[in-house]
Ligand binder design. Structure first.
Ligand code: ZN
Length: 319
């Protein structure tokens, strides 16, 4: 259940969008990066184009645009998979505890540690060059007390977006990515909204916005967050060659498959069917698979020759 009114921040305690006061609010600088772990942070990737994939949770990028990550990795890009909300919180209670026990996990299990291990395996299937876990707590560990609350907008007091922005700013400075992949917040999960808000704080981020799955698969006509910038247009990534890697990576998130897809078979059917329907919707040749992105109509991204090789216009014409 969630509020039926329009807009993104539709909770009882509605907050203003980033286009007004919040957007102008400065994010504190100088805080240490809350990175749990990663690899290759100091490597020299200066000769490769770089893509930073921002995943709110330990599964979103794989489900949503994992085949694009795998495609870029195979095409010689340096790919960084950074997941935002990955922190273990000891002795969870209430809704946070229910989020693991309803998946058949005992209370003493470190649910987030288990999911980080799933993510480690998924990143390998995708061929990610780096995998980074930002050490921020998921919504159930920030005071959201029910599933309904997580899909009812962002309460004013939940200011985790500023920490997300600070962490992402650090990643931008460390990696200087050619493109940053961020969620559109389809489904309006509070954590996804907070990531959108954080990316909008990074004024110069070369953002490409992916469609959040499985929310998009459940409601293919769902529209991007109104928070997204004006002047975006949709392009397709032909992922026919890397769909299998996406499905293998997605299968690694075993704790989520029953809840999200009714099992691995359901995940494979849903994500491959959605990729085919996205290809049809976006005009690709019959039998192909696609993931859709929203990109700025002007600016460097659409002029990036390396990126353009992977993109199709909705008309079925290559860029
Ligand atoms: Zn998510």
């Amino acid at each position: 259940m969630r509020a039926a009114t329009g807009g993104i921040f539709t909770a009882r305690r509605r907050i203003v969008g980033p286009s007004t006061a919040v957007r102008g609010k400065a994010v504190a600088r100088g805080a240490p990066l809350a990175i749990v772990t990663g690899w290759g942070l100091m490597a020299d990737h200066s000769k490769k184009p770089t893509a930073l994939f921002v995943s709110p949770h330990l599964d979103d990028v794989a489900f949503s645009c994992g085949a694009t990550l795998a495609l870029l990795a195979r095409s010689g890009w340096h790919t960084v998979l950074a997941t935002v909300f990955t922190r273990s919180v000891p002795d969870p209670t209430g809704f946070a505890l229910a989020c693991q026990t309803d998946k058949g996990l005992l209370p003493e299990v470190d649910y987030m540690a288990l999911r980080r291990e799933e993510d480690r395996e998924a990143a390998e299937h995708l061929g990610a060059g780096e995998r980074i876990w930002l050490d921020l707590p998921e919504a159930p560990h920030r005071g959201y007390e029910s599933a309904a609350a997580m899909f009812a907008g962002v309460p004013e007091e939940d200011e985790v977006w500023s920490e997300v922005a600070e962490n992402l700013r650090g990643l931008l400075e460390a990696h200087t990515p050619d493109v940053l992949f961020a969620p559109q917040a389809l489904g309006e999960h509070a954590d996804h909204l907070q990531v959108v808000r954080a990316v909008l704080e990074l004024a110069d981020a070369p953002a490409a916005w992916y469609r959040d799955a499985p929310y998009a698969t459940r409601n293919p006509k769902s529209l991007p967050s109104p928070l997204l910038p004006d002047g975006l247009s949709e392009v397709a990534v032909d992922v026919t060659e890397t769909l299998d890697a996406k499905l293998r990576a997605s299968a690694a998130y075993g704790t989520q498959l029953g809840f999200q897809f009714d099992g691995e078979g359901g995940m494979r059917e849903t994500l491959s069917g959605f990729a085919a329907s996205e290809a049809r919707r976006l005009g690709l040749p019959s039998g192909e698979a696609a993931e859709a992105l929203m990109l700025p109509e002007t600016g460097e991204l659409l002029e990036n020759d390396v990126l353009r090789k992977c993109l199709w216009l909705p008309s079925g014409r290559r860029l």
